[in-house]
Structures are given as C-alpha cells and as structure tokens.
Design a protein around this ligand. Structure first.
Ligand SMILES: [Ca+2]
Length: 345
C-alpha cells in the first residue's frame, strides 16, 4: 500500500520544481520528438512513447492504454500519504499487538522458508515479516485499485512525479508481457504497487524472485516467492543481519561534528567512534565503534529527539523512503524478537 521510491536519488528530489520543469524542457528540446512535459500529452502520444520505449507490439500497448481510466481521487490520496503524519500518530498503526500476533503466526507457518531465505540472503525473518505485515497484513490488504489506471493517472495528472510514474507504467507493461498478466486485471495500491510485497513495477522487475521454481515470480500468493523477494531486495540493498538499525539517544552535546552531522543527516556516514569521542554514548552492546552511523533529529510526542542511525536503517528507507515507515518496521521487528532492532524508548 505504501509508496516506494528507489529509482530517484535524493539530489533529484531536492531540485526546485521550477528548475525541474526547466531542465525537462531543455531535455525535451534536446531529445525531440519524444515527449517529456508529461501533463500535456495525449493518449496517442503516450502510446507512441510506450511502444518506442518498450518495443512491445503496438496493438498490445494501444489496447490497454485506450482502456486506462483517469481517476483524480488517486492524486488526492498521493497528496495525503500516511507517511506524512507525525510518528506519534503513525506508530500505533503498525507497532501494535494485533500485527505482532499476525506476524508471529506468519513466521511460524512459513518457518522453513524464512530459515532458507535467511541462510541464502542474510536477512532475518523478523524484518521480512515486519515489512510484509506493514505492507499488506500478509496479503490481506493488497489494494483494490487497478494498477494500470493508477499509473496512467499519476503519469498524466500528478505533475510533481509524472515522469517517474510514466516510467513505472512502461515497466508495468513490460512485466505484464513477461509474466503473461493482463494489465487491466492487476490490482494494487493507489500508487501502483501490487502483490503481498507491494512492489512497484521497476522493483518487481529488478528484485522479485521465482523461489519455488515454477517459472512465475508470484508475489501475490506464493509464500516462498514473496519471502525470498523481500529478502533479495534487502540483501541487494546491503542489509546486514549482524548490525543494529537505529536507536534513540540523549541529546548530544553541541560540537562541530554533531552540528555538521545533523546538517548532513544521512548523506554522510561516519564511524560511531567519531561520535563517542564527542560524548555520544553507545546505546547498547549491539553497536560497535566501527559501525557506520548518522544522526538525525525528529519531532516526536516527547519533543525533538535525536536518533542514531545505522546503515540498516538506510536499507529500509531504500524500500520505503519514509523514516516513519523505517522506524516502525524496526520497532515491529524488535517486538518479534530481533534484538538488533531495538530502538529504545
Ligand atoms: Ca514461483
């Protein structure tokens, strides 16, 4: 259900919209006749673009794009995501006993698969289960919007990210062709994510795994494909089971290094030892002096607090860029018994 972003760099996001529009305009001039000012194209132009980019048969692209409907309510949903809530509001949606019980049952039911995935990819069952629980409650809530309509709508009417979603639409048609799916029949979230894993098309094409070897990467109903696909994604984004994720710390003493680190947020990583030298205490024995860490401050219901982040936190934000999401996933994994995921109070 939750929107993922893994193909745009943070720098891209920092561009001012005007600058972005301008650079797209320049790019459009340089690469004419392809269309780039997304909000202005017609279905016919979109079909031409998609046929050129995908090399799929014109008839296939035309049939499905002509059937795609624009749904303005999806754009409203994009503009009010769960992730923009405060952590105090967001946390209880996922860090709760109900989801913990579901996750424990899911791990128990698929214990052998989880163990195999951990041996192969080095990703613990608790973090995979936390992700699947948060995404879809283990497949119970995979979304009821047509992915085709969602991606068509966002690629033509969600100005801020239109080009991103048009590229996802391209990959969606490709994956439907590759996996022999009817594009008009695939349901998912309002942001075009689908399956128990809620992959967007580019992530599916890059990271989904056919773990049971039946020739299909079934992220909807095959537990082994689902669990291995998440494990593969985390492994490819450098998850390390041996390392902690994040921990609340006492407000650090002001120092040049801390000021710089907070200014950089996660853009520069430093050894924990650099911070312990200026008075920051190691949260617990899960952390080592040579861990690569970053500091962030966040507004919480307990005021502005400082969070020590490890590289694993960054890995979760590659799955979903929301820090609310990443912190809740970490807390849920801790509730499931993964001591590396302790974030403190
Ligand atoms: Ca399979």
């Amino acid at each position: 259900m939750i929107f993922k972003l893994d193909s745009l760099s943070p720098m891209f996001l920092k561009y001012h919209p005007l600058l972005l529009t301008f650079s797209l305009f320049v790019f459009a001039l340089l690469s004419a006749p392809s269309l780039l000012l997304a909000e202005t194209y017609t279905k016919a132009e979109l079909i031409t673009y998609l046929v050129t980019e995908t090399k799929l048969p014109q008839a296939f692209v035309e049939k499905h794009i002509q059937a795609a409907s624009f749904d303005g309510s999806l754009i409203d949903k994009m503009n009010t995501p769960y992730e923009s809530r405060s952590y105090a509001e967001y946390r209880p949606l996922f860090v709760n006993t109900r989801l913990k019980i579901k996750a424990e049952a899911y791990i128990k039911e698929h214990r052998a698969i989880f163990d195999e995935a951990q041996a192969k990819y080095g990703v613990a069952p608790e973090i995979i289960a936390a992700i699947l629980g948060m995404e879809t409650r283990f497949g119970a809530n995979r979304g009821n919007d047509k992915v085709l309509d969602a991606l068509f709508t966002l690629s033509s009417g969600y100005e801020r990210r239109a080009n991103f979603f048009r590229s996802e639409l391209k990959d969606f048609l490709l994956l439907c062709s590759e996996e022999d799916l009817n594009p008009q029949a695939v349901l998912g979230s309002y942001a075009g994510a689908f399956g128990t894993t809620q992959f967007i098309p580019t992530s599916y094409r890059a990271y989904a795994v056919d773990a049971d070897g039946d020739g299909k990467r079934d992220v909807w109903n095959t537990p082994k494909d689902i669990i291995f696909s998440v494990a593969n994604y985390f492994s490819r984004h450098k998850w390390d089971d041996a390392k902690p994720v994040a921990h609340w710390i006492a407000k650090p003493l002001p120092s040049k290094l801390v000021k710089q680190a907070l200014k950089d947020e996660t853009r520069e990583w430093r050894a924990l030892a650099d911070f312990t030298k200026v008075g920051i205490k190691k949260p617990n024995s899960q952390w080592s002096n040579d861990d690569q860490v970053a500091l962030v401050t966040r507004k919480t219901d307990k005021g502005v607090r400082t969070l020590l982040l490890g590289r694993n936190f960054h890995t979760i934000t590659r799955w979903n860029r929301s820090w609310n999401y990443a912190l809740a996933a970490t807390e849920l994994a801790f509730m499931l018994g993964n001591d590396k995921c302790e974030v403190g109070k």
